[in-house]
Design a protein around this ligand. Structure first.
Ligand code: MN
Length: 284
């Protein structure tokens, strides 16, 4: 008998200010780091007003983590201190493994329409914190979209659904990252690995994520699941859209300050000292 995961906890995204003054919604962060392991943070940015985001995220370092940027609408330009640059556009995703260190900036482009996307941070285990930095830049056209018989559609960014694999691969925490749309009144189920942390974040419509349909989950809410082997989602009377994310917990101590996440205070102090002294970059 396959065990359907039950709801462990529900979180509501909260307005916050990040970077050089970007207004966004934080879904979870520092205080939830043990609960969400291996994930550290999820930010949902979305606005029709360029004043909310144009200040962007100027030059800053990362070490010990991965940052995953998924654009629904709009454009973010990024460049790093090694001369890499590019643009993440509507439907594109960048999976950046900071590893031993990158120094970069992420600057949204002015849009006449809505600008919207997500940034997820995933932790790295101690054995991978100082690995070579790596980018997986995925264009929207490279992301497979599965449509099921009942009309549910899923963009598979990382992981496997109905025999199709997403383009992001070789990530140490064995994650899944999917963008799921369920038509009104329809149901979506997906097998997940036992022991992995699994959450959904609803950003359109509302629906149920438990078999008994006890709790209606509205937009801008996250559901973290108990352990089990599959998840279920049922749309109410409008279409339901959510991110489905899973990953293997790391279970190590976390020493986190700003954009750098290590295992202990000494490693954190060293990282900031190296950043000040200009010896932060280890791999080019
Ligand atoms: Mn960054």
């Amino acid at each position: 008998m396959v065990k359907t995961r039950r709801i462990k906890t529900i979180m509501k995204a909260k307005p916050t200010i990040e970077g050089a003054g970007v207004r966004l919604k934080r879904v979870f962060g520092y205080h939830e780091k043990e609960l969400m392991d291996p994930f550290l943070l999820l930010d949902h940015f979305g606005s029709e007003n360029p004043d909310d985001y144009m200040k962007g995220f100027p030059w800053h370092p990362h070490r010990g983590i991965e940052t995953i940027t998924y654009m629904i609408e709009g454009q973010v330009k990024h460049e790093d201190s090694l001369g890499n640059s590019g643009s993440i556009e509507s439907g594109d995703l960048q999976w950046m493994t900071a590893g031993s260190g990158i120094i970069h900036q992420e600057m949204p482009h002015r849009s006449d329409d809505i600008m919207m996307g997500f940034q997820l941070w995933a932790n790295l285990p101690s054995s991978s914190k100082m690995m070579h930095p790596r980018y997986q830049d995925i264009k929207s056209s490279e992301i497979p979209e599965i449509v099921r018989e009942d009309g549910s559609s899923v963009r598979i960014i990382c992981g496997k659904l109905d025999g199709t694999c997403g383009p992001v691969s070789e990530i140490v925490t064995d994650p899944e990252y999917m963008d799921v749309i369920v038509p009104p009144s329809k149901e979506f189920t997906h097998s997940v690995k036992k022991g992995h942390t699994v959450f959904v974040y609803v950003f359109e419509g509302e629906g149920y994520f438990d078999e008994n349909m006890d709790r209606l989950i509205k937009s801008e809410h996250l559901v973290l699941f108990e352990d089990g082997e599959r998840v279920v989602a049922k749309a109410k009377d409008k279409r339901l859209r959510f991110l489905l994310v899973s990953g293997m917990p790391i279970g190590e101590p976390i020493a986190w300050y700003g954009p750098i996440v290590m295992n202990n205070r000494e490693e954190l102090d060293l990282a900031f000292r190296e950043y000040r002294e200009g010896t932060f970059i280890k791999h080019s």
